[in-house]
Every structure is written in C-alpha cells, then in structure tokens.
Design a protein around this ligand. Structure first.
Ligand code: SAM
Length: 414
C-alpha cells in the first residue's frame, strides 16, 4: 500500500467544479458537490484503455456518467438525493432538433408573457426566511416563471426549462455559498426596487433568456454511450444486480461536515422535491456524512455496526471527543459513522467490479480541532479489507490555504 505525495502541491482550481462551467452540459448548474471534468478525463486517459463500462456510486451532478458517455462508454450512476437523480437524468438525456425548437419557442413565449405584466396564480416554496434569499420583486418574477413552466405538458423540453429556472433562481438569489457557511449579499431593498419594478422585471427576464441560451446551446451535444441513473443507497449496492463494471470513478462525500442538502435546499424546494424542513433532515440522515437537522441529534445516539474501521482511527476519535465538551463527542461520532458507512460502501462495491477492474476515489482529508483525519489512509485500509488489491493514494491538490488539507486519488484493483 503506498501514498505518493505530489512534488509541488497547489490548489489547482482547474481540478475543481469551477472549471466545469465552460463544459457544455456539465456547466448547466454550478453546484459545489461536483468534481472537475478534467479530473475524470485524466482518470479515463490513464486507466481507461479497453474499458467499456463505468460505475459512479455518488453521481451528484452527473459528471462521471456524462464524461464516460461522451467517450462512448456505458455508465451506471446512483445517488441518494432525488433532486440530483432528476438533474443527472436531465443532463444525460438525448434531445432532438424538434425538442430544441420547442424549447426556444417556450422560452420566447414565457419571456413575452412575463413582460406583459399579466400574472397567473403562483405559489412560493416554503423556504424559511425566503425574503433573505430574494426580495419581493424577484420572488414575484420567480413565482410567475415557475407557474408558467408548470403549465407546459410533460416533455423533455419541460425538464430543460426547469434547469433554466434553477439557473435564473440562483442568479437572482442573494445567497453566497462558502465552504462551511452561507451568507447573504446586500441587495436593493423592496422599496428601492418598487420604484422601478418594470425595469427590474426586464432585467430578470434578460437573465432568464441568457440562462436559456446556455442550456439551449449544449442540449444537442447528446451523450453517446448509454447512461442509467438510479436512486440507490451507496451502502447497499450489492442488492441491485449490477455486475462486471470495468471501472468505478467517483468522488464521495468527504469527512468534512459539508451538507449537500444545505446547498441544494433552494433547488429542492422550488422544484417540489422538498416540502418541509423535516424531510431535509431525514434525507441528510440517509446521506453519508450528513449532519443537517435531525441527522445531528440522531448522531448523538448512533452506535457502530460490524464495519471494519482501522485501529488507528480510535485515538483520533478520542482526541476529537476530548477537544470540546459539547461538540467534541458529536464530531467524533460523525467521523466514526462516516467511516463505518464507507466500509459498507466499499464492501458492497467490490461485488460490482470485474476481476482486474479498477476503482478511483477522489477524496479530501480533514481536521477537527487540529486532529488530522487521514481519509486516504483509512480508505486504503478499508478497501484492502473489502477485497481490493494494489491500493495506493496520490495527492492531487491542496484544498485551501491550510497546508495539511489535501485531495487524494485513491486507487484499487479488484
Ligand atoms: C461529492 S458529491 C458527488 C459529486 C459528483 N461526483 C459530481 O461530480 O457531481 C457526493 C454525493 O454523494 C451522495 N450521497 C451521499 N450519501 C449517499 C448514499 N448513502 N448513497 C448514495 N449517494 C450518497 C450525495 O447526495 C452527493 O451527491
């Protein structure tokens, strides 16, 4: 088992989701859970010779299946989040010239209808403190936009319009997502906007047209290889009859308390994947590394399963537990459960990969109260125990200004 450090460690923005914005369908929505297209391309270039099928157990925004499919490989991807399943399928779908024409016609008629000032009945999503996200003028516009898209009959075009809606909704939002926190920008007040509501609506309308252009421009770049995306728990992959993949390429949740639900909430509420806050907590509890709402309180009474966790993790857990009277025990349970879950994932993944097939995990390490959680080393040991051979890890980039926070490519062979 080897860990190879990169000679010069830099942050490499080209190896993060930021670079995907320039990549057609990959750039439809800018979501931080995504990893970089370039990274997947590099893995396929180096290890993909002769491969015909790829499996992605943490599909997220669909980066892996799309990259694989554009090379003609078939891809199966799974995730736990229903919004991401919808997004992945919409990005992976095949659109015809007729779909594109219908899409452009709908964009034009919706934009015209909204600028005439006539409004139809529209409901706003039950997002807590919604006025912090959007002011009254923005909310009125988004409500109308959503209602008009909803009126369209079910079709591939309608799904594309929902992607456009998501882009516009985020472009108008005051929220800024930083790594662990979320902040709200200062924007004109409702009063200031009311002075020129018509001008504001025209600006929002322009944004919608711009967003529609981005989606329309790449909707005809159809994938080549078959793509299947299913909602399946990554700890139970052996129950679904998947077999014989040549490669697994993925970026799982990192053990760093990042909640996908936190960032995805606005999308999920607006598109009706979430109707109440409680459901967000339930979904995060199902997610590996989830700590949102109810997930936090359930962690306090969580007990380990029969999963293999390397001995050297226990002193690290003790140090984290002792570092803070209230949060230390919670964070120690969080880290322990994360690796307990990941072992079940590795164990069930082993049955999906053909003999000689390779698996590729892009994962970052983390620190809690200064105590290092060496995810790459823990992955290597858990993967070996789960039935993978020749496991190794290479450092690929620094994650931020803290020199100890590094992203790794962990590799194994079945
Ligand atoms: C780092 S993101 C994946 C990013 C993805 N590779 C991309 O490019 O968008 C991790 C993903 O794991 C998913 N996830 C978390 N727990 C899961 C579980 N128990 N089963 C399946 N997927 C899960 C999350 O919903 C999230 O989409």
């Amino acid at each position: 088992m080897t860990t190879i450090a990169a000679p010069i460690m830099r942050q490499r923005a080209d190896l993060t989701f930021k670079q995907n914005v320039q990549h057609g369908r990959h750039g439809w929505l800018r979501l931080t859970p995504a990893y970089s297209v370039r990274l997947v391309e590099q893995v396929l270039d180096e290890f993909g010779a002769g491969a015909r099928s790829v499996f992605e157990p943490f599909c997220g925004t669909g980066t892996t299946p799309l990259c694989a499919s554009y090379r003609g490989l078939s891809a199966v991807a799974t995730d736990i989040n229903p919004f991401l399943i919808w997004l992945g399928r919409t990005k992976a779908a095949t659109y015809t010239l007729a779909d594109h024409e219908l899409f452009s016609a709908h964009v034009q008629s919706i934009a015209e209808a909204i600028s005439t000032g006539s409004s139809i009945e529209a409901a706003l999503p039950p997002i807590k403190n919604i006025e912090r996200w959007w002011n009254a003028a923005e909310l009125a516009f988004l409500g109308q936009l959503k209602a008009r898209i909803q009126c369209i009959e079910q079709s591939p075009t309608k799904e594309l319009l929902k992607v456009v809606f998501c882009r516009t909704m985020m472009a108008l939002s005051n929220a800024a997502f930083n790594h662990q926190s979320m902040s709200f920008k200062d924007t004109p007040t409702d009063q200031q906007l009311a002075l020129d509501l018509e001008q504001a609506t025209q600006r929002f309308r322009q944004q919608f047209i711009l967003d529609a252009k981005v989606v329309g421009d790449s909707c005809l770049d159809n994938p080549i290889g078959d793509i299947t995306i299913e909602r399946i728990d990554a700890r139970e992959l052996d129950r679904n009859g998947f077999r014989n993949f040549d490669m697994v390429i993925t970026s799982p949740p990192y053990p760093n308390r990042m909640s996908y639900i936190r960032e995805l909430r606005p999308y999920m509420y607006w598109l009706d994947f979430l109707v109440e806050a409680k459901a967000a907590g339930e979904l995060d509890w199902e997610a590996i590394g989830g700590t949102w709402g109810i997930a936090t309180s359930r962690l306090q009474s969580w007990t380990p399963t029969d999963a293999f966790v390397p001995d050297y993790l226990y002193p690290v857990l003790d140090s984290i537990r002792g570092a803070h009277p209230k949060n230390g025990p919670l964070l120690a349970a969080y880290v322990h459960k994360y690796f307990d879950d990941m072992f079940h994932h590795f164990r069930t993944t082993a049955s999906l990969v053909r003999q000689g097939g390779t698996v590729h995990y892009i994962v970052g390490n983390s620190t809690f109260y200064g105590h290092l959680v060496a995810a790459e080393r823990l992955y290597m040991d858990q993967m070996s125990r789960a039935g993978f051979r020749n496991v190794s890890a290479r450092a690929i980039r620094k994650r931020n200004s803290k020199k100890e926070l590094i992203e790794f490519h962990v590799i194994g062979t079945r």
